[in-house]
Design a protein around this ligand. Structure first.
Ligand code: SF4
Length: 82
């Protein structure tokens, strides 16, 4: 069973570079299902416990993948905004 380590930030907002979308991952809501990464591995990476890591920047052209990964999250822990 995974536990939430205390060094995991509760909430992270990382803004992508100009022209890219912004991805916001609520790491407290993340339950480690891994569906984001399974759906869009170019955008979402997981830590060793299967929780979503912060998204530094959405690669150019991967905006739709970012949206698909967010939609796949059962916890609705990901928001994608322009
Ligand atoms: S799909 Fe949602 S709950 Fe699962 S790892 Fe990704 S952000 Fe976390």
């Amino acid at each position: 069973m995974s536990t939430i380590s205390m060094d995991r930030p509760i909430h992270e907002v990382v803004r992508g570079e100009e022209g890219a979308v912004r991805v916001e991952v609520d790491r407290m809501a993340c339950a480690g299902h891994g569906q984001c990464s399974a759906t869009a591995p170019a955008v979402y990476e997981l830590d060793d416990d299967g929780f979503c890591l912060p998204v530094a920047a959405v690669p150019p052209g991967a905006e739709d993948d970012a949206e698909a990964g967010a939609a796949a999250c059962p916890e609705q822990a990901i928001e994608v905004a322009p």
